[in-house]
Design a protein around this ligand. Sequence first.
Ligand code: PLP
Length: 377
Amino acid sequence: MGAPSFLNEIDSRKAERHQQGRDRSLPQNSAPISFSDNDYLGLAKHPAVLLSAQEAIKKHGTSARAARLLAGLCPEHQSLESALALWKQSERALLFASGYLTPLGVIPALVGPSDTILLERNAHACLFDGAKLSEARLRLFPRQDMSALRQMLDSTRKVNPTGKILLVVESLHSMDGDFAPLEEIIRLKSEAGAWLLLDEAHAGGICGPEGSGRAAELGLTSAIDLQMGTLGKALGSAGGFIAGQAKIIDHLLNEARTFLFGTALPPASARAALTALSIIRSTEGEHLRQTLRKNITLFRSESTSTQLGPIHPILCTTNSDATASSKILKDQGLEVPAIRTPTVPTGTARLRISLSARHSESEIGLLAESLKALPKS
Ligand SMILES: Cc1ncc(COP(=O)(O)O)c(C=O)c1O
């Protein structure tokens, strides 16, 4: 028997993707008005953020040059971690090179084969991948279904009374744009003695006191064991972080492999995020959040969307319909991505609209009109 052919399999998987309308390629150009990025407050091009990144590059160069424990002291990383811990009302925070790498390091450092992870069925890929790497038993529950979660917590406890249970939830869902029922989730996880890792990637900066997120908005921060965030969305930079008790962060610093064994995030990214964070916490940040809320209200009034945050899915019948609609919008100057399987479950292909404080009323009006004019799929 001949050796299996890598290239044959690559070809047949491409053909399969093509047939399902989910083959991807890098875009060759972008439409001028972006509703596709997660720069919710427009800070990625804020003059003060740009200036501080430039200063950090002059001082430290373009790279951290090694993993954090090897590279030597970098005040940018330390100042940002202190500021993030304060913002998240937690004892300590730890930076990772990206949001994606954060749960890949954190989850396997906390649970293993004798434990259980309860994860939302449509959670972000990095939460799935972190869960799989940990080798813990993985159980999936429907995001808003609290009676399913209660039953799953009960049955997990019965089957494995001594194992740890880690519950992993996105506070604002990256693709559906809905907020999780956090009060109920916290009640249930506390009754079951489980820990909660709350991914605030999309809520950080846009809601709560000083933009500190959904948990803080609901006054629930102290009940959350681990608060995860990214610097790559409202904070206009790149990188990820986890915040929690000092003892847990010290454990992660020693055992989270994506922290230990990868080059630290560039000092300029840390400096940019620190400046963005100080803007987010200031009255200027409050004005930006007000503008974002105004834009959300305007879009809701001119579309069928019912979501309260900046992420608005418009469901399409098939992957190909989503791609075709995205192309029509692009031809009108609007960048609105088609989100297809496997990013979202089969049968839920969509356009994903991401609103920002930097959008003008006329841009939102144009988007709403263009959406109404799309062929019905
Ligand atoms: C919910 C969620 N968590 C984590 C991440 C990863 O963050 P980053 O893009 O900063 O790597 C994303 C990215 O889109 C996300 O949507």
